[in-house]
Design a protein around this ligand. Structure first.
Ligand SMILES: Cc1cc2nc3c(=O)[nH]c(=O)nc-3n(C[C@H](O)[C@H](O)[C@H](O)COP(=O)(O)OP(=O)(O)OC[C@H]3O[C@@H](n4cnc5c(N)ncnc54)[C@H](O)[C@@H]3O)c2cc1C
Length: 408
């Protein structure tokens, strides 16, 4: 357990403590590529960092002391994020654990669930994954077919999930499954906590175009979990899934740091200098455009974070930051290829390999956490108040829909 502080520390002292901690511990994350295709070394470095953070009384700042947090208000988290923005991101592999599963457990968990899961999660001892997508249910995740059936004191889960980031190294997963096929699709879904070592779970890795192996197919065959692993109420899973997706979009789009950042513009400027291209006026314009786009995205993220600090659960506005991030990533990809030239097709070594890999990795940004088209739909109807998409399956019981492998 941490050296948790029991009274609110002086803010300047707290900032100095954060900085001193980061100076000492936020180092050595220059991993990636073939050297760490499965992300295992990056995860190990992240775990070490997170454990040290907990020992220093700086992990889970806004979560209650009794659950392994520090019991501080959100201004301290803001200070932490501002300082963390100046250092390498050591906690990338905890984006799902901390950015999505932790707030869900804290918001919807029973006291027993919080006591069981929060401290290990905060400390990074246990890693969590999110099991929503299925082969026939991605953008329209409410069409999911995985079944959860009550059997005495247990729930029995059968079906398949796909694209599950970090399932191969996770200890727990938050899963959504169909608990009532007789009602319309959004009304018959429930959310569960599943220990990933439960018999009947098979995790199969998916190899990515950039050489990485971060996500997986997960098959469930008669997976029996205790009834108390239900998170929230039976058949309220859709509302909770929506809440978790909002946290996801903020975690992806707004990152774990705060303040104005132009990391990609800085990296490209360095690359252009190295290659003697920095005086090219057309390229300079493009670099400035990236700088401006990153600045705007930072401001949007800061607004979203400020709303959360004011006590609001993240709303559809999180989609703006996520969409902006993808648009920047796409533009960075084009400009980076222009800078590295023919080296952009090279894979090994320094001739452009890093940028080639980044260009391929960047493609996932417009899909993971909801595609760009879905973000635009959300922004259109929930932020701008435009008319909603036509819904042809409204009011129809799930069992009567033709979705996934269900044909009648
Ligand atoms: C790197 C990565 C990590 C991921 N990690 C996870 C994870 O950890 N857990 C998890 O559950 N899932 C994860 N996913 C899955 C991700 O959430 C889905 O891939 C995503 O929601 C899209 O679903 P789909 O792949 O089934 O595409 P589809 O939904 O089949 O979409 C296909 C195309 O149709 C378009 N489309 C669909 N519906 C509409 C519409 N109504 N209006 C306009 N266009 C539409 C889409 O934009 C897309 O271009 C991950 C995906 C990636 C790429």
């Amino acid at each position: 357990m941490s050296d948790a502080v029991s009274t609110a520390p002086d803010k300047d002292e707290f900032r100095a403590r954060c900085r001193a901690f980061l100076d000492e511990h936020a180092v050595g994350m220059n991993l990636g590529g073939d050297a760490d295709a499965g992300g295992t070394r990056r995860l190990e470095a992240g775990r070490k960092f997170q454990a040290a953070l907990a020992d220093a009384g700086l992990a889970g700042l806004t979560y209650p002391l009794e659950y392994g947090g520090q019991g501080l208000d959100k201004t301290y988290e803001k200070i932490w994020r501002e300082e963390y923005a100046n250092y390498p991101n050591m906690t990338f592999e905890f984006t799902i654990s901390h950015g999505m599963c932790l707030p869900m457990l804290a918001e919807y968990g029973t006291d027993e669930q919080k006591a069981k899961y929060l401290a290990d999660n905060i400390r990074g001892d246990k890693l969590w994954c999110q099991m929503f997508s299925e082969p026939g249910a991605g953008s329209d995740v409410a069409s999911l077919q995985m079944k959860a059936e009550r059997d005495g004191d247990t729930w029995v889960l059968n079906g398949q999930k796909v694209w599950t980031t970090l399932a191969h190294v996770s200890d727990y997963g938050v899963v959504i499954a169909r608990t009532d096929p007789e009602v319309p699709k959004h009304a018959g879904i429930s959310m569960f906590v599943v220990p990933m070592d439960t018999p009947g779970i098979e995790v199969r890795p998916i190899h990515q175009i950039d050489g990485g192996r971060h996500f997986n197919e997960v098959f469930f065959t008669d997976v029996s979990i205790p009834a108390e692993n239900l998170l929230g109420e039976v058949n309220n899973g859709w509302n909770m899934a929506t809440a978790m997706l909002m946290y996801e979009r903020v975690a992806i789009g707004s990152g774990s740091t705060s303040g104005i950042q132009h990391e990609r513009a800085d990296a490209l400027i360095e690359e252009a200098k190295k290659r003697g291209l920095i005086d090219d006026p057309t390229l300079r314009q493009k670099l400035m455009r990236i700088y401006a786009m990153e600045t705007c995205q930072s401001l949007v993220s800061m607004r979203t974070r400020a709303e959360m600090q004011a006590g609001k659960t993240p709303g559809p506005g999180g989609s703006i930051g996520k969409l902006a991030g993808t648009m920047i990533m796409n533009y960075v990809r084009d400009v980076s290829m222009e800078i590295v030239g023919a080296g952009g097709v090279a894979w090994e070594g320094e001739s452009g390999g890093g940028w080639a890999r980044a260009a391929l990795t960047g493609l996932q940004g417009g899909i993971a956490g909801g595609t760009n088209e879905i973000q635009k739909n959300i922004i259109g109807d929930r932020v701008l108040g435009l008319p909603r998409d036509i819904s042809v399956d409204k009011g129809v019981p799930f069992k009567d829909l033709k979705v996934g492998t269900q044909t009648s």
